[in-house]
Ligand binder design. Structure first.
Ligand code: NAD
Length: 359
């Protein structure tokens, strides 16, 4: 089927989890299908991804080989010792735009800024020279301006876009149309976890709803100890993340809950948790004869394995769209794989649509 030429912006923990996971399966072929949601998507295997370009702002990563930058602090993923089969490309500088965040400044030191036009020229050149087909964005939460910059870079460089973070592009009609007009596919926004807080909360809420109970209130609290959680301590950067996570649950209910009866959000940074994410979810409601019930779920999961297990499919769905010359937001795959897609469906329906799309 050929390789899928990809680039990444944001060489952080999520990207480290994606490429180290691929390497892990390469080194342990007998494990090939354990933990892999889709061994093949449209004929593409997990080994068909080829990262040929990378962009970041951190001085520990810029101008370093991508295969080394993946291990640079504050990244914490170290599932394999090295990425021996990865391309020897250097990470190039991305503009900061929104800044890295007041808490993250303590662990990420950006390289000195250059004029944005100069950076953009070098970025577009790199994408074209490397024949990049798909750009994956792992920018930090709150990077609204950087996300728009990179969406425009995709349009200007004829590159498809997989937006894994919660600044909205695929789900904004004007941006969706720009991609459609440019003949480019886009999948977004905000990647779901393989068995993550959102999919578990959606599933339990849908179950309670389908069984005829009335959900009266619900919350989901998340804590973790990586840079993503450190960044999310800054409430001002969190607006779209909260919308993304809350709407993902609301969309599964027959009747929306009043805004003050649902709380979904990243809640705190606990340094020693590292990439372990803890989710605490509670649903309270009424069943037959107005009798009350409640349920609580505690999920403990590696946050980065959780995202990589889904991004590996998103990239391949995007490649199928390129092959089939399908442009604009990919409705089924986005609904299946993303928290804030252009259109929400039940997870069963979204999976069916994504499968049909691939076939
Ligand atoms: N389960 C998950 O991990 C999950 C789920 C959904 C969404 N996400 C989102 O994915 C994104 C990436 O998460 P992560 O854990 O890899 O974060 P991270 O903080 O580990 O990595 C972010 C990377 O982006 C770089 N960066 C900062 N500003 C930049 C800029 N302007 N241009 C280019 N690079 C820049 C940082 O130096 C760092 O390397 C976050 O927005 C996160 O919320 C993660």
């Amino acid at each position: 089927m050929g390789k899928i030429k990809c680039a990444v912006v944001g060489v952080g923990n999520c990207f480290a989890g994606l490429v180290q996971g691929i390497e892990y399966y390469k080194k342990n072929p007998e494990q090939q299908v354990i933990g892999v949601m889709s061994p093949e998507v449209g004929g593409y295997s997990i080994h068909d991804l080829d990262f040929v370009a990378g962009f970041d702002v951190d001085s520990k990563k810029v101008n370093k080989p991508l295969s080394e930058a993946v291990y640079a602090k504050p990244n914490k993923v170290k599932w394999v010792e090295s990425l021996s089969t990865m391309n020897d490309v250097n990470v190039l500088q991305s503009p900061q735009l929104d800044g890295v965040g007041s808490y993250v400044e303590k662990v990420v030191t950006p390289v000195p800024e250059k004029p944005i036009e100069e950076l953009k020229e070098a970025i577009v050149k790199e994408l074209k020279e490397k024949n990049v087909e798909i750009l994956v964005s792992y920018l930090p939460v709150g990077s609204d301006n950087a996300t728009k910059f990179w969406a425009q870079v995709c349009l200007d460089s004829n590159v498809a876009f997989v937006n894994c973070m919660p600044s909205f592009i695929a789900s904004v009609p004007e941006w969706a149309k720009k991609f459609e007009d440019a003949g480019l596919p886009i999948i977004g926004d905000d990647i779901k976890g393989q068995v993550g807080a959102t999919i578990v909360h959606r599933t339990m809420a849908k179950l309670a709803d389908r069984r005829g109970t009335k959900i009266e209130k619900t919350y989901q609290i998340n804590v973790g100890g990586n840079t993503d959680f450190l960044c999310m301590k800054e409430q001002d950067r969190l607006t779209s993340k909260r919308i993304s996570k809350t709407e993902s649950v609301q969309s599964q209910l027959n009747q929306r809950l009043p805004d003050d009866q649902i709380y979904v959000g990243p809640s705190d940074f606990i340094p020693f948790l590292g990439n372990t994410k803890l989710m605490f979810m509670r649903i309270e409601g009424k069943m037959w004869a107005n009798i009350p019930y409640n349920m609580e779920v505690r999920l403990e999961v590696d946050d980065k394995a959780n995202s990589a297990g889904i991004v590996i499919d998103a990239i391949r769905y995007c490649k199928i769209a390129l092959d089939k010359k399908i442009a604009g937001p990919l409705i089924g795959p986005s609904a299946w794989l993303m928290k804030h897609p252009p259109k929400q469906f039940s997870d069963d329906e979204a999976q069916r649509m994504a499968k049909e799309f691939a076939e």
